[in-house]
Design a protein. Structure first.
Length: 477
């Protein structure tokens, strides 16, 4: 058996979100974009989040699990459709408020710091139907109204706010690949119900960033002094390495990072989109007015990083690339997971995700250098084992590979921290196996296994290893 982790001086946390709640139409919650998408026949192999981990009814047990593990922080998201089922067109749902009030109160009682994400991929379907959600500037009004509702009701207890989860991944998955609702897609991902132009993902990101910035300004102007919290954004931050060791592919790495990570972060730190994108998109890329630049720039107190894997990047300006690689060719970059037929790392259960621990140090250093070493939190990092037919539960529970994964990624993170990166926390994705968006229940990222028949929570081997700086192990009481 593998040993647990070496003690670390950093605080180490753990995370998960509403992919666990279930109770999809209970107590006044409305249909979300995901409820509608997954109920549409075949959208996610017939699987949906109707029950998920039934956390809505089992939150006491789940927080007790966290407490027993001596976890010191918990990241979760609030379901927009539970709090404002009709967005700004209806009333606050008291039952939804009461659910999160209970969670926050118990977490604090147990000494667990809540990190709260306001919008994590989901929102009331009514906003999609009325005006096309993130494609419309109207979504900014709805988002700010919702965010303020959260600050007012929960802000006395929440000291760490994340405005929007992974706007870059959402824009890509929902408006380029068509894997997330509303499933718009562009070439070469032509196999979805609604075609779009290249501009849609740019518009979606623009509305998300303006929503983030307006909410952050409101928080800072009216709540921060009294509530003494911080507010930030989290990006999906994959790493890239040159496919071939030459200057062109190294440039392609920079463009891949610009078109993914800096797309979201440059505006909120510097006030404008990355020059690399401006050069490629020209006038297609939206612009911020002088007034918008004022509040978009510097609108984050910290940078949240979700990191899972690394890809190879190949330049497509000076060499011809095969259209239809792992990603659309944005910024003339083709990304792939193999070099000369050799995969970049060991496989995982997520398509295109490989185990490449050095990527953690590399991505943290990239963010550190580009954004002048702002405070960073690793808000997601985790491992799902390669999927197998008829896998035995015992095999899933004996998750040496997950332990190895976190050991290696934490060692890589520790190197970046020793080199001066201001990383203040690390959250594991995730506490329990849960409903993984476009992939359904097959990926199993949890430190706890969920029996899908009984919904019993069963600790995997890795659960005994967290948090790693805990010298005495989990509680037995
Ligand atoms: O589902 C969570 C994790 C697990 O895998 C979480 O809710 C998300 O914030 C986050 O995006 N997570 C995740 N991402 C994988 C997304 C697959 C994208 C594949 C694109 C490959 C370039």
């Amino acid at each position: 058996m593998l040993s647990c982790f070496v003690a670390s001086s950093q605080d180490l946390f753990i995370s998960l979100s509403h992919q666990i709640e279930g109770a999809f139409l209970e107590d006044g919650k409305s249909l979300s974009n995901w409820d509608v998408f997954t109920h549409r026949q075949g959208s996610v192999n017939g699987e949906n989040g109707d029950i998920a981990d039934d956390h809505y009814h089992r939150y006491l047990e789940d927080i007790e699990i966290m407490h027993s593990m001596r976890i010191n922080a918990y990241r979760f998201s609030i379901s927009w459709s539970r709090i404002l089922p009709r967005g700004r067109f209806g009333e606050i749902n008291a039952a939804g408020v009461s659910f999160y009030n209970k969670i926050l109160d118990i977490l604090l009682l147990k000494g667990i710091e809540p990190f709260v994400t306001i919008c994590h991929h989901d929102f009331p379907q009514e906003l999609e139907v009325r005006y096309g959600s993130w494609l419309s500037p109207q979504m900014q009004e709805d988002y700010v109204h919702y965010a303020e509702t959260c600050f007012k009701i929960f802000g006395d207890r929440v000291k760490y706010w994340v405005t929007i989860n992974e706007p870059n991944l959402f824009a890509d998955m929902a408006y380029i690949r068509g894997h997330y609702p509303p499933a718009h897609c562009s070439e070469p991902f032509g196999n979805c119900s609604v075609g779009n132009s290249d501009v849609e993902p740019l518009t979606v990101m623009h509305n998300m960033l303006l929503s983030h910035a307006k909410a952050a300004k409101l928080y800072r102007d009216s709540y921060q002094a009294k509530q003494e919290g911080v507010i930030g954004l989290v990006v999906s931050a994959m790493m890239y390495e040159p496919l071939n060791e030459n200057e062109f592919d190294r440039d392609a790495v920079n463009r891949a990072l610009a078109f993914n990570v800096a797309w979201a972060l440059d505006p909120i730190v510097f006030g404008d989109y990355p020059p690399e994108m401006r050069q490629y998109h020209g006038n297609e890329l939206p612009t911020f007015s002088a007034e918008e630049t004022e509040y978009v720039k510097g609108s984050t107190d910290f940078i949240g990083i979700n990191h899972y894997s690394t890809f190879y990047a190949q330049d497509c300006i000076h060499s011809s690339c095969i259209l239809g690689g792992d990603r659309p060719i944005r910024g003339f970059v083709y990304t792939t997971i193999e070099r000369n037929g050799v995969p970049i790392g060991d496989p995982t259960g997520m398509p295109r995700f490989f185990v490449v621990p050095r990527g953690m140090e590399e991505i943290v250093n990239y963010v550190k250098e580009r954004y002048h070493n702002m405070p960073m939190y690793i808000l997601e990092n985790g491992y799902s084992p390669p999927r197998k037919q008829d896998v035995q539960v015992q095999e899933l529970l004996h998750d040496d590979k997950r332990i190895e994964f976190h050991k290696a990624y934490l060692a890589s993170l520790a190197r970046a921290i020793r080199d001066g990166a201001d990383v203040r926390g690390y959250f594991v994705w995730s506490l329990m196996d849960n409903y993984e968006w476009a992939e359904g229940y097959s990926p199993m990222f949890g430190l706890y296994y969920i029996d899908r028949q009984t919904l019993k929570r069963i600790p995997k081997l890795s659960a005994k290893c967290f948090p790693p700086h805990n010298p005495i192990g989990p509680r037995n009481d």
